[in-house]
Design a protein. Structure first.
Length: 202
């Protein structure tokens, strides 16, 4: 009398986890157990389960891209338009600001200047435009005017000004903050230079 040996292969869950790992889809891998539980419970059909699995992967991928973009952009903090309190600043025109966040000005290669006294939210709105730009997959660079001028001076002294200028034109959006203090910095530097030249001439 012969016996037939039966072997049990990996479960569906294990096969999916292995396949998702091979495909390097950590977002889908993380969401898999919950999605399978909902499929088993009749909450999700197969097609919707697949859509949610892929959606989880895309969400994580985009979040990681945004984190990388934020680091390279040198944003001091992350601010979004949704965080901005329009009721606190009624002089700010919501429709105009929302229109800017469609980023059409980037396609038109226009400059945006945010004017106003201290404390009205200029930096917040500039940062929110930077975040929106990064979320759209474009490169962003954030700096203060004082830091920008200082970096250009250092590059010129090191004979690398042309290279520095090339790196500055690479981002799709450059946000220059603290214009007033940057101008004060520049005027002080220029006054110091004139003073040194005057002493040498004397």
């Amino acid at each position: 009398m012969s016996r037939t040996a039966t072997t049990t292969g990996p479960s569906l869950r294990d096969r999916l986890r292995s396949q998702l790992a091979d495909l390097k889809m950590p977002g889908a891998l993380e969401a898999l157990d919950d999605i399978l539980r909902r499929v088993d419970g009749g909450e999700l059909a197969a097609g919707e389960a697949l859509a949610q699995l892929l959606g989880a992967h895309i969400t994580l991928r985009n979040a990681r891209r945004l984190q990388t973009a934020m680091r390279s952009a040198r944003l001091p903090v992350v601010k979004t338009l949704g965080d901005f309190d329009f009721s606190f600043q009624p002089s700010v025109k919501r429709e105009q600001i929302e229109s800017l966040h469609t980023l059409g000005f980037l396609e038109r290669k226009e400059n945006i200047v945010l004017l106003g006294p201290p404390g009205v939210g200029k930096t917040h709105l500039a940062l929110s435009l930077a975040v929106a730009t990064a979320e759209s997959g474009r490169r962003v660079y954030f700096t203060t005017l004082a830091d920008l001028l200082h970096s250009l001076e250092e590059a010129q002294a090191a004979g690398r000004l042309t290279h520095r200028l090339r790196t500055l034109v690479f981002p799709t959006l450059m946000v220059i903050d603290e214009i007033d203090s940057g101008l004060v910095y520049w005027h002080r530097r220029e006054a110091a230079r004139r003073s040194r030249r005057g002493r040498r001439a004397g």
